[in-house]
Design a protein around this ligand. Structure first.
Ligand SMILES: [Zn+2]
Length: 210
């Protein structure tokens, strides 16, 4: 009987030591830990799935992931709120899709759908933040709804999701306020409702049929 108890006690002693290995506060400030959160994973898969299903072209993806922006940290800032968890989950799905391999024995096919209208590129590259972000949102929001339908969420689960989306949206809005004050050349003209398009899915959830 003694040895399991000792093992437990030893574990109890080790846990605080393990906890000390956490990243230092400075590093934590820069990092965005979205990966382990259920809602973020849900959005990540919804976007990745949508990109494949619709066969979105690389030109469109490049416009969204800030391919032309040189500074690594700034790439996310053309269409997303920096450090907003749902924004980063969405952004990383676009990046993952962009790095997809070609299917073998298919003459280089890499995706499923026929692609989107390339006219979208003009809107995605617009200097007007609202135009740019809503163009991206028009892609992403139906994908999130698609996955909610596909996973057959119960009314209770939908209500819970809606609440969570709102929580993320609030965090995103607070971050955006801070970014605006930083005046680093980004976000100054983001003066419109719905800056986080993944969080905006909360509104879609409130519509009839959901
Ligand atoms: Zn966001």
């Amino acid at each position: 009987m003694k040895s399991p108890l000792i093992a437990l006690m030893t574990l109890g002693l080790c846990l605080p030591l393990l906890a000390q290995n956490k990243p230092k506060p400075d590093a934590a400030k820069r990092n965005v830990e979205w990966q382990k959160e259920e809602m973020c994973q849900f959005v990540f898969f919804a976007v990745l799935e949508g990109l494949y299903r619709d066969g979105i072209q690389n030109e469109i993806v490049d416009a969204i992931i800030g391919e032309k922006i040189l500074k690594k940290d700034d790439k996310v800032k053309t269409h997303f709120v920096f450090r907003c968890k749902l924004c980063h989950a969405t952004y990383e799905a676009f990046r993952t899709y962009r790095n997809r391999p070609a299917f073998m024995q298919t003459k280089g096919a890499t995706t499923f759908g026929k692609g989107s209208d390339l006219k979208l590129l003009k809107k995605l590259g617009s200097k007007d933040a609202r135009t740019r972000i809503y163009a991206m949102g028009a892609l992403v929001r139906p994908w999130i709804m698609h996955r909610i339908k596909e996973t057959r969420k119960t009314p209770e689960e939908k209500t819970a999701m809606k609440k969570q989306f709102s929580k993320y949206a609030q965090e995103g809005a607070n971050l955006l306020k801070t970014h605006k004050r930083a005046k680093d050349g980004f976000y100054l003209d983001w003066s419109f409702y719905g800056s986080c398009q993944a969080c905006e899915a909360a509104k879609d959830l409130g519509k009839a049929g959901f």
